[in-house]
Ligand binder design. Sequence first.
Ligand SMILES: Nc1ncnc2c1ncn2[C@@H]1O[C@H](COP(=O)(O)OP(=O)(O)O)[C@@H](O)[C@H]1O
Ligand SMILES: O=P(O)(O)OC[C@H]1O[C@](O)(COP(=O)(O)O)[C@@H](O)[C@@H]1O
Ligand SMILES: [Mg+2]
Length: 323
Amino acid sequence: MSNKVSTIGVLTSGGDAPGMNATIRAVVRTGIARGLKVMGIQKGYNGLLQGDVRELNARSVSDIVQRGGTILQTARCLDFVKPEGQARGAEMCKVFGIDGLVVIGGDGSFQGAEKLANLGINAIGVPGTIDLDIACTDYTIGFDTAVNTAMDAINKIRDTSTSHERCSIIEVMGRNAGYIALWCGISSGAEMVLIPEKQRPTDEEIIKTILENKHKGKKHFLIIVAEGIGGSYNLAKKIEATTGIETRASILGHLQRGGSPTAVDRIHASMMGAKAVDLLCEGKQKRVVAFKNGQYVDYDINEALKMKKNIDDYMYEVSQLLI
Ligand SMILES: Nc1ncnc2c1ncn2[C@@H]1O[C@H](COP(=O)(O)OP(=O)(O)O)[C@@H](O)[C@H]1O
Ligand SMILES: O=P(O)(O)OC[C@H]1O[C@](O)(COP(=O)(O)O)[C@@H](O)[C@@H]1O
Ligand SMILES: [Mg+2]
C-alpha cells in the first residue's frame, strides 16, 4: 500500500518526560524505513512558528534512547492557542513540505494538534507526560521513570526519617493529577497520600492518624503530598507543634522529570512513536496513540480529549489500608 504522506514532522510540547527521546528516535527511524523524509521541529509549537525546523536522519537520533529530556526541546507556546498562531503553524508546515505531524505531549498539546489537523495538516498525538493524566490511555510516556525516581528519593528520606524517628512529608509532582503520589505512596509504604482527586483530610484528621499509629508502636511516619495539594511546609510545622514529633518536609520538584528512562518507558515510547508514523502512512486522520488493555490502539483526538479519567478507588482504598 502506498504512503499517504511523504514528509512528516515531529515535535515535543508541554512538560518534558523521560522517554520522549526514544519516541523521537522511533518516529525518525520508522519514518525512514517507510520511505519518508522526517523533519524535527525544535521547541514545540514555538519552533514551528519560528521555522526552527531541520531534517533528521537515522544518525541524528543516535545515542538518545537512554537519555532523559528531549533533544528537540519543548515549550509552552501561548501564540499557538490563538487561531492566528494556528494558521501560521499550518502555513509553516506547508513551507517545509510537512504533510503529517507527530505531536508528543499532553492533552494541551493534543488540542494544538487537533487545530492543525482542522487546517489540513494531519497530526497524530503521542501521550508524553509524567502525570499519567491522559484519559484515553492506560500509560503515558515518562510515568514509570518519574515514579521510580521519586520512590528512590523517598527511600533515602525514609532512611534518615527512621534513624531520627521523625515524620517526613514528601511532595511529588502533579498539579492536577495524583497518580505519581498514589503510586509512590503504595510503593514506599506511606501512612497517608494526599491527592487532588480526593477530599483532603483536615490537619486534625492527619494528626489523629499519626497519633493513633504512634500508639500502635509506629516510630516514624511518611506522608506523600501531590503538588496540587501543596502546603507541605506548613503541614510539617503544624504536625510538629501539635504532636511533638519532629517533622520535615521535602519537595522533590523537577528531579522527577529528568533521568534515564526505564525499560518500560523506552518500550512504550518506541512502540507509540512507530505506531504514530504508521497511522500517518495509512492516512488515518486526527488520531491519538494509546495503550489500552495491553494493546497499542488509536482514538480520534476529539473523542480522546472528551474522555474522563478517574483515580482507581480501590487502589486509593488499599493505599489507606497498608499502614
Ligand atoms: N486549546 C489549545 N489550542 C491550541 N494549542 C494549545 C491549546 N492548549 C494548549 N496548546 C498548546 O500546547 C502547549 C502545551 O500544552 P500544556 O497544557 O502546557 O502541556 P501538555 O501538552 O503537557 O498538557 C501549549 O503551550 C500550547 O502551545
Ligand atoms: O515545569 P513546570 O512548568 O513548573 O510544570 C510543572 C508541571 O509539569 C508536570 O511536571 C508535567 O505536566 P505536563 O506534562 O502536563 O506538562 C506536572 O507534574 C507539574 O505540575
Ligand atoms: Mg497536561
